[in-house]
Design a protein around this ligand. Structure first.
Ligand SMILES: [Ca+2]
Ligand SMILES: [Ca+2]
Length: 497
């Protein structure tokens, strides 16, 4: 606190405050205090810069010196990816007889990350070249964008070199996209249940959550949150978990204990789920819904040992012995399954990781020739997959000085796209519904729009929603620079006299 310049300054004023009649008087009387303070601060700055090898002295130049400034960017051309480092190096060469004093440069750009960085050169003597550089790390989650970078100089005697400029183009990193499925298991160690895959009152079941990364980037930091369980008679063991690293195309599963009290009267309950990548901010949110069977067991379950062959393609395997339970896999024609329990109209079949599913008995034949070892692991069916958005242009952000941006692409879904809309800085500029699409076309929706741009950065977001209300967003920044102002060339005015 004592070292803080403002505190020091205030202290100085209070200690030196004389009696006064008006504010003007006070300011007049305090002038020497201000001057002293300024001088002291200048000495401090000067000393600090000196230790960095910068000469912060002042002086007069008889002849306005001429200097040339150069800008070097690394990577060259200022093109880089998010998470990489950008090096800005500026050198100033004094081509004249007299020195430049307290020379410094400052960056000016619409990309706030790169804006207002200072480059201190100090005194640049005749024929000398001084260099100053800075390295800036682009955050992993930076959106794609291209910005103009201007370096503005200032010098003690007003003899600053002319502004120099370039552009910086950042490509975003591929992002993770989550999809998920769930299943309950109501029979096994530590569980209380009848094994029919349907929740009844009084059961303690495993809730298995599957998360798959269907995006193109790895998720490193993430969180799964379960919230707003809508019944007090239901208890879920954990509300928050970390997924851990999840590369593209890979999936992970979690088991949580879920207890349903005997006193539950409702025939369903739900819990909200959010899976979010904390680096990129990509997330998927939805509801896990559970039906509670109030009638008890229904058909009697018996142990069995049978090898089954699936009759048709796309045959659903359900979580429980009811078509109202979630589908956990689809089996193709000829798939061999092993049943360990049966009722009159259902078989319970073995699934990977000690799980099980149910298939209607009229969808399979008993295969006496095949062995139980012929059952192959069935692919997990992803119950909740968000839409994918593809743009026709690779780098729509790589542009300047356009009044409009023509943007087109397609949104695709594993099931049905509801609509696509486009935001520019939170203003909706485009909307297209898929309501009139035929059954064959409902899984995709193409879009095209001429988007008006405003001066400065335009954050453009394309958002697609599917029939499960799952959202996908694709965002980038297009910076529109107004036509360059006509810079007046003013003669220096300081005549040699
Ligand atoms: Ca059950
Ligand atoms: Ca979907």
């Amino acid at each position: 606190m004592e070292k803080d310049t403002h505190v020091q300054f205030a202290k100085e004023i209070i200690l030196n405050a004389p009696s006064y009649d008006s504010n003007d008087d006070l300011l007049y009387q305090l002038k020497p205090v201000f001057e002293d303070f300024k001088k002291n601060e200048e000495v401090k700055i000067s000393t600090a810069l000196n230790t960095l090898g910068i000469d912060w002295s002042t002086g007069k130049a008889a002849v306005p010196p001429s200097a040339t400034a150069n800008l070097f960017l690394f990577p060259p051309n200022g093109k880089l990816k998010a998470s990489e480092e950008l090096k800005i190096e500026i050198s100033v060469t004094n081509n004249s007889e007299d020195a430049l004093y307290q020379l410094r440069g400052i960056t000016e750009t619409k990309n706030l990350l790169l804006d207002k960085h200072e480059f201190i050169f100090g005194k640049v003597g005749s024929g000398m070249t001084r260099t100053s550089s800075k390295t800036i790390k682009i955050p992993q989650n930076s959106l794609s964008r291209r910005d103009e970078l201007i370096i503005k100089f200032s010098e003690f005697n007003g003899h600053a070199p002319e502004n120099i400029k370039s552009s910086i183009s950042i490509d975003e990193l591929p992002k993770p996209v989550f999809s998920y499925s769930h299943q309950i298991i109501d029979e096994g160690e530590g569980l209380t249940g009848n094994g029919d895959g349907i929740i009844q009152k009084g059961e303690v079941v495993d809730l298995v959550l599957f998360v798959k990364n269907v995006g193109n980037g790895t998720s490193e930091k993430n969180i799964i949150a379960l919230r707003d369980l809508n019944h007090k008679e239901v208890f879920i063991e954990r509300g928050k978990m970390e997924l851990g690293e999840l590369p593209p195309g890979e999936s992970k599963s979690f088991k949580l204990k879920l207890s349903v009290r005997d006193t539950l009267e409702a025939d369903s309950f739900s819990v909200d789920i959010t899976i979010a990548d904390t680096t990129f901010g990509t997330r998927i949110s939805g509801k896990l819904e559970f039906n509670v069977d109030q009638n008890g067991n229904g058909e009697k379950i018996q142990l069995t040992e049978k090898v089954l062959e699936v009759n048709d393609n796309y045959t659903p395997i359900y979580n429980g012995k009811s078509p109202s339970t979630p589908v956990i896999a689809y089996a193709s024609k000829g798939t061999i399954l092993t049943a360990d329990e049966e009722t009159q109209s259902w078989y319970r079949v073995k699934m990977p990781e000690g799980r099980f599913g149910w298939i209607p008995s009229d969808k399979v034949e008993i295969n006496k020739l095949a062995g139980a070892n012929q059952q192959k692991a069935l692919d997990l069916f992803l119950q909740n997959v968000p839409p994918q958005i593809e743009l026709d242009t690779q780098s729509p952000h790589d542009t300047f000085r356009q009044e409009h941006l023509s943007l087109s692409g397609i949104a695709r879904d594993d099931n049905t796209i509801k609509y696509v809309y486009i935001l520019v800085n939170d203003d909706k500029v485009f909307y297209k519904s898929n309501r009139s699409a035929s059954e064959a076309d409902k899984s995709n929706l193409s879009f095209a729009s001429d988007i008006p741009l405003k001066d400065g950065p335009n954050i453009i977001s394309i958002i697609a929603k599917d029939n499960q209300d799952l959202l996908s967003t694709k965002s980038f920044v297009v910076t529109k620079i107004p036509s360059p102002e006509v810079i007046k060339t003013v003669s220096s005015g300081k005549d040699k006299s």
